[in-house]
Design a protein around this ligand. Structure first.
Ligand SMILES: NC(=O)c1ccc[n+]([C@@H]2O[C@H](COP(=O)([O-])OP(=O)(O)OC[C@H]3O[C@@H](n4cnc5c(N)ncnc54)[C@H](O)[C@@H]3O)[C@@H](O)[C@H]2O)c1
Length: 296
């Protein structure tokens, strides 16, 4: 396996493209807009510069990584001749179903089709493809070049052979893959999101303030980041939509998003990317936090 297409050049897509390119895969980075591609490539370049300045990679390795990347605005063009597609477009079921229909029409039957979805059913996405055994979840964590885990999600029809290939491929990226089955929230978000939701509920009930709740979890449970700060990093809109998927999928009220979370999403206070969530992220503060993330 040598040629990879990554669909979506946003937060996750550019990190996934970076990671493959740094491990010497040829990567086609695809997005609908030239602007997103430019922003994605700028982010990759800045993150590589940071790695060079920390002496984690050499200038030559940086240049080689960049030379492994080519950008496309058309899925049909970008997926020509690739062995694997990793879809990391916006979290929206209809959009992903449409992209996988396009992939069904524009890829060979032996091209592996992976999705980085945080919560949408792999089995549902695979149903858009005529041979669903080649569809699998490859759930990278943010920031992708740094985080070790890849949650590998088997859809109902995913074959053993494809699962094995993707587990081995993840190891070649110096990641640790963990195989799980396809049920709402998979494993990572099924456990993480109720904790984040409960932290928001605790704030909503007036039990304690933002700082106090995060400090209890950071210093008391040795979490590197408090749940409210983590929610800001993930995006409150993303947290809200994952909880809705679990609420709907299990028909269980314990997954219902806290009304405060719903209100904050409606008000556009969705965390780091909007400049405000549980914490304030002015431009300078935002830059500081991203740099802290990459130094860990
Ligand atoms: N943000 C996280 O922490 C995180 C973590 C794990 C998984 N995910 C998942 O990764 C995926 C991407 O999330 P993100 O945070 O990078 O989103 P994002 O909004 O940062 O980026 C999405 C990108 O997809 C592009 N896009 C939209 N429609 C497209 C199409 N038809 N063809 C090509 N590109 C298209 C957009 O232009 C945008 O650049 C989602 O499925 C999300 O659930 C996100």
């Amino acid at each position: 396996m040598k040629n990879i297409a990554v669909i979506g050049a946003g937060t996750m897509g550019n990190g996934i493209a970076h990671t493959f390119a740094q491990s010497d895969y040829k990567v086609h980075l695809i997005d609908i807009s030239e602007d997103s591609l430019k922003r994605g490539m700028d982010t990759i370049s800045k993150n590589l510069d940071r790695m060079v300045s920390k002496e984690k990679i050499t200038e030559d390795e940086k240049n080689k990584t960049l030379s492994n990347l080519t950008t496309f605005t058309s899925i049909a063009e970008g997926v020509k001749g690739v062995d694997l597609v990793v879809e990391a477009a916006t979290e929206n079921t209809d959009l992903k179903l449409k992209i996988f229909k396009d992939l069904d029409e524009n890829t060979d039957a032996n091209t592996i089709l992976a999705t980085n979805t945080s919560s949408i059913s792999i089995t549902q996405i695979a149903a858009a493809v005529s041979n669903p055994e080649r569809v699998i979840g490859m759930h990278f964590m943010n920031p992708v070049p740094i985080m070790k885990l890849v949650e590998i999600i088997r859809g109902y029809n995913t074959s053993d052979e494809i699962t094995h290939t993707i587990m081995e491929l993840s190891k070649k990226l110096h990641k640790v893959p963990v195989e799980v089955n396809d049920y709402p929230g998979f494993v990572a978000n099924r456990i993480l999101m109720p904790m984040i939701n409960e932290a928001i509920e605790t704030l909503y009930n007036g039990v304690a303030g933002v700082y106090e709740i995060d400090t209890v979890m950071k210093l008391g449970m040795a979490h590197p980041m408090g749940p409210l700060q983590l929610a800001d990093f993930i995006g409150l809109d993303v947290c809200h939509s994952i909880l809705e998927v679990m609420y709907d999928g299990f028909k269980n009220p314990k997954y219902a998003p806290c009304p405060l979370l719903t209100n904050m999403v409606r008000a556009g206070k969705i965390g780091v990317k909007s400049g405000e969530g549980f914490y304030d992220y002015s431009e300078s503060r935002k830059a500081e936090q991203v740099s802290e993330q990459f130094s860990s």
